[in-house]
Design a protein around this ligand. Sequence first.
Ligand SMILES: NC(=O)c1ccc[n+]([C@@H]2O[C@H](COP(=O)([O-])OP(=O)(O)OC[C@H]3O[C@@H](n4cnc5c(N)ncnc54)[C@H](OP(=O)(O)O)[C@@H]3O)[C@@H](O)[C@H]2O)c1
Length: 257
Amino acid sequence: MNLFDLKGKTVLITGGYGYLGGAMALGLSHYQANVCVLARSESKFREAFGSDAGRLHFIPCDIANSTSIKSAVITAAEAHGSIDVLINNAMYCRGNDPLGISDDDWAFSVDGVVSSVYRCIREAAPIMQKQASGSIINVASMYGIVAPDFAAYENAPESLNPPHYGAGKAAVIQLTKYYAQLLGPQNVRVNSISPGPFPNLDTQRNQDFVSALKERTSLRRIGRPEELIGAAVYLASHASSYVTGQNLVVDGGWTAT
Ligand SMILES: NC(=O)c1ccc[n+]([C@@H]2O[C@H](COP(=O)([O-])OP(=O)(O)OC[C@H]3O[C@@H](n4cnc5c(N)ncnc54)[C@H](OP(=O)(O)O)[C@@H]3O)[C@@H](O)[C@H]2O)c1
């Protein structure tokens, strides 16, 4: 038996054409999963994947909108017959002045970081319960576990991780445990992945910032998006069949120090 085989498994990944989501979506498809990218823009989807777009399915979905999520989940279930894996990867957040975030920006960001995850679980979990199988993977963050090292951001104040982001990601880790406990009896597993420093290509143009991030990790380097594929395949597949309620940290050792 190939523990990591995802053949015939339908995987839904929100924001699946983004920097990290794109790598996980393609990686899962290489393990034979039937991957549906739930996101807002079909043109961004085609642009992000180019000739690989044909390996994946695009389903319109706005995680800020409950009706849109419901419709995307129903579309996927009807088209593919099951929902085996849900990866809650998309998020939105704004404002990053630690003591100057407006009430509106705070509420918007908590909605985008954690309430959106709840909304997606609310639609997909009942289908998984009926199937008596499923794996939900929430993308959290090392900033749901540790506070930022403010010194690392001295040369990149625009990239500073704000308080509502970390608080929301900590809530995602707790939500993971909550739903693992609730859905376990129906054989639905719920885990999270907490990436560490994976600055996108735009952010990587700030070499001083990248150097500061590298220094902070045990492996002395930033993460490459494809280095999340192993964690995603593991948690999606039979290889993790007795693992639930856990947070898998993929951070080059940042939180170990
Ligand atoms: N990069 C890191 O270093 C890092 C570290 C720890 C955790 N993470 C987490 O990893 C996940 C992916 O982050 P990333 O770095 O890959 O960021 P990204 O490239 O900005 O991807 C985020 C995705 O979310 C989508 N999205 C935003 N609002 C949406 C909405 N209302 N409905 C549907 N989709 C929406 C975006 O799509 P549009 O382009 O259509 O807006 C985008 O594809 C996030 O949960 C993030 O918090 C990232």
